[in-house]
Design a protein around this ligand. Structure first.
Ligand SMILES: Nc1nc2c(ncn2[C@@H]2O[C@H](COP(=O)(O)OP(=O)(O)OP(=O)(O)O)[C@@H](O)[C@H]2O)c(=O)[nH]1
Ligand SMILES: O=P(O)(O)OC[C@H]1O[C@@H](n2cnc3c(O)ncnc32)[C@H](O)[C@@H]1O
Ligand SMILES: N[C@@H](CC(=O)O)C(=O)O
Ligand SMILES: [Mg+2]
Length: 428
C-alpha cells in the first residue's frame, strides 16, 4: 500500500454481488491502519452499517472511515452529492459522538443531486410501472443523467451564484418540459443553496490534487466502493442497475487515479446472495429458506428499509465479478448466518437452451430462461460467532470457504462471523 520509492498504491474495497455484502464493516476495520478513506462513486443510495461496541452507525454518502478518529475522509469527484443529506448524515454522526471536524472533505468536481432529481426518480419509476427498477429514489439516476447530458451542476458552481442560478433554472425547466409540472419551488431552492454553499465551503477541496499529494507523501489510502459489481451501469444486470460504475473502473474515473496506482482490490462477498430492488436474481429463494435467510441475516435495506431478496451463493456471479474487478483477496461475510442450515446449495453454472454456461449472460431473457445448477454441501449446525481463527471453524464450514476459494482462484483473507467490528476472522 505505501512504499518509500514513490510507487504508492491505493487499496480498494468493492462489493462483489448486488450490494449490502458488508463493505462498511471491513472498511471500518481497515481504517484503523489507514490515513485517508475515500468514496469514488454512488451517493446516498448506499447504506453501510458499522457496529462498534454495540453502537450502530449508518453511512450513506460519507466514507465509513469516519468512525476512526485518526482517519481523514474524502467524498471523491465521482460521487453525486445531495448537500442537505450530506449535512444530515454528518449531524447524525456527530450526535453519536464522532467528531469529524477538519477530517471530512468533498471534491469540487462532485455533481450535485437536487430535490428535483429525487422527484424525477419517483416519476420515472412511476412511468415504468411493473417494470420499475426499484431505485432508492434518492435521485441518483437522474443526477448521473444530468452529468452525462452535460447539464449537471457541480460543487464548484455553488460558489458562482449567477451561473448556479442560470443552470438550475435551465435544468428544472427542461425536466418540467419532459415530466409536466411538479411541485418544486425554484426560488426557495436558490435561497436554500445560497446558505448551503457557505456551509459547504470549508469542506470543499480539489480531491485529485489532494489524493495525488497524499500518494506522493506515502499516505495510506483506502477506497470504499458502494453498491456492487452486479449493479454496475455497464457490467451489471442492465437496466436493473445503479447509474455509476461500481467496479474497479469507477475507482479510476471517480477519483482521477491511474490504474497503475491501484494495489490491493478486496472483493466483499456475502456467504449467500441478496438483492434489493427489481431485476434478475437466478438463485433467489421464494420459499421458507429465503425467508429464513432474511430473518437470520436481518436482511432489510439500510437506506429504504425494504426487505432484501435472498438466495444461495452464486459462483457464476462471483467468477464474473472476480474477472472484471481482479480481486486480490476476498472478505467472505455473514458466514454465521448459515449456521442454522442442515445443508447448503451453491450455484456453479446455468443451463440456457440446453447448454451449460459458466459465464454470466448479458441478455435478461437468457437469464430468465436459465436453470441453475447447484452443488449441495453439508452445513455445520453450530454457532461460529466466537471463532477468531480459521482453524477454530467446524470442518464443513472450512470446506465451504475452500470451495469458494478454489472456484474463483482468490484467497479468502477475512471471514465475517457477526455484526460487530471484532467479529471477524483474519487469515494470514
Ligand atoms: N451476521 C453478520 N452480519 C454482518 C456481517 N458483516 C456485516 N454484517 C451486517 O450485514 C449488513 C451488511 O449490509 P450493509 O451495511 O448494507 O453492507 P454494505 O456492503 O456496506 O452496503 P452497500 O454499500 O449499501 O452495498 C449490515 O447490517 C452489517 O451490520 C457478518 O459477518 N455477520
Ligand atoms: O441507485 P438507485 O438508482 O437508487 O437504485 C438502482 C438499483 O440499485 C439498487 N441499489 C442502489 N444502492 C444500493 C445499495 O447500496 N445496496 C443494494 N442495492 C442498491 C437499488 O435497490 C436498485 O435496485
Ligand atoms: N443501500 C440500501 C438499499 C436500500 O436500502 O434499499 C441497503 O443497504 O440495502
Ligand atoms: Mg447497504
Amino acid at each position: 500500500m505505501n512504499s518509500s520509492d514513490g510507487n504508492n498504491t491505493v487499496s480498494v474495497v468493492l462489493g462483489s454481488q448486488w450490494g449490502d455484502e458488508g463493505k462498511g464493516k471491513l472498511v471500518d476495520i481497515l481504517a484503523q491502519d489507514i490515513d485517508v478513506c475515500v468514496r469514488c462513486q454512488g451517493g446516498n443510495n448506499a447504506g453501510h452499517t458499522i457496529v462498534v461496541d454495540g453502537v450502530k452507525y449508518a453511512f450513506h454518502m460519507l466514507p465509513s472511515g469516519l468512525v476512526n478518529l485518526k482517519c481523514v475522509s474524502v467524498v471523491g469527484s465521482g460521487v453525486v452529492v445531495h448537500v442537505p443529506s450530506f449535512f444530515a448524515e454528518l449531524e447524525a454522526l456527530e450526535a453519536q459522538g464522532l467528531d469529524c471536524t477538519g477530517r471530512l472533505f468533498v471534491s469540487d468536481r462532485c455533481h450535485l443531486v437536487f430535490d428535483f432529481h429525487q422527484i424525477v426518480d419517483g416519476l420515472k419509476e412511476g412511468e415504468l410501472g411493473r417494470g420499475s427498477i426499484g431505485t432508492t429514489r434518492k435521485g441518483i439516476g437522474p443526477a448521473y443523467s444530468s452529468k452525462a447530458s452535460r447539464s449537471g451542476i457541480r460543487v464548484h458552481h455553488l460558489f458562482h451564484p449567477a451561473e448556479f442560478e442560470q443552470r438550475l433554472r435551465t435544468i428544472v425547466d427542461a425536466r418540467r418540459r419532459r415530466y409536466g409540472s411538479f411541485d418544486y419551488d425554484v426560488e426557495a431552492e436558490l435561497a436554500r443553496y445560497r446558505e448551503l454553499a457557505e456551509r459547504l465551503r470549508p469542506y470543499v477541496i480539489d480531491s485529485v490534487e489532494y489524493l495525488h499529494q497524499g500518494l506522493r507523501a506515502g499516505k495510506r489510502i483506502l477506497v470504499e466502493g458502494a453498491n456492487a459489481l452486479m449493479l454496475d451501469l455497464d457490467f451489471g444486470t442492465y437496466p436493473y442497475v445503479t447509474s455509476s460504475n461500481t467496479g474497479v473502473g469507477g475507482v479510476c474515473t471517480g477519483l482521477g487515479i491511474p490504474p497503475s496506482r491501484i494495489g490491493e482490490v478486496i472483493g466483499v462477498a456475502k456467504a449467500y446472495t441478496t438483492r434489493v430492488g427489481g431485476g434478475p436474481f437466478p438463485t433467489e429463494l421464494l420459499d421458507e429458506t429465503g425467508t429464513r435467510l432474511r430473518d437470520e441475516g436481518a436482511e432489510y435495506g439500510v437506506t429504504t428499509g425494504r426487505p432484501r431478496r435472498c438466495g444461495w451463493l452464486d459462483l457464476v456471479v462471483l467468477r464474473y465479478s472476480t474477472m472484471i474487478n481482479g480481486y486480490t483477496a476476498i472478505n467472505l461475510t455473514k458466514l454465521d448466518v448459515l449456521d442454522v442450515f442442515d445443508e447448503l446449495k451453491v450455484a456453479v453454472s446455468y443451463t440456457i437452451d440446453g447448454k451449460e454456461v459458466t459465464s454470466f449472460p448479458a441478455d435478461l431473457d437468457d437469464l430468465a430462461a436459465a436453470t441453475v445448477n447447484y452443488v449441495t454441501v453439508p452445513g455445520w449446525r453450530q454457532s461460529i460467532s466466537k471463532c477468531r481463527t480459521f482453524d477454530e471453524l467446524p470442518e464443513n464450514c472450512k470446506a465451504y470457504v475452500r470451495l469458494i476459494e478454489k472456484d474463483i482462484g482468490v484467497p479468502v483473507k477475512w471471514i465475517g462471523v457477526g455484526v460487530g467490528r471484532d467479529e471477524m476472522i483474519t487469515i494470514g
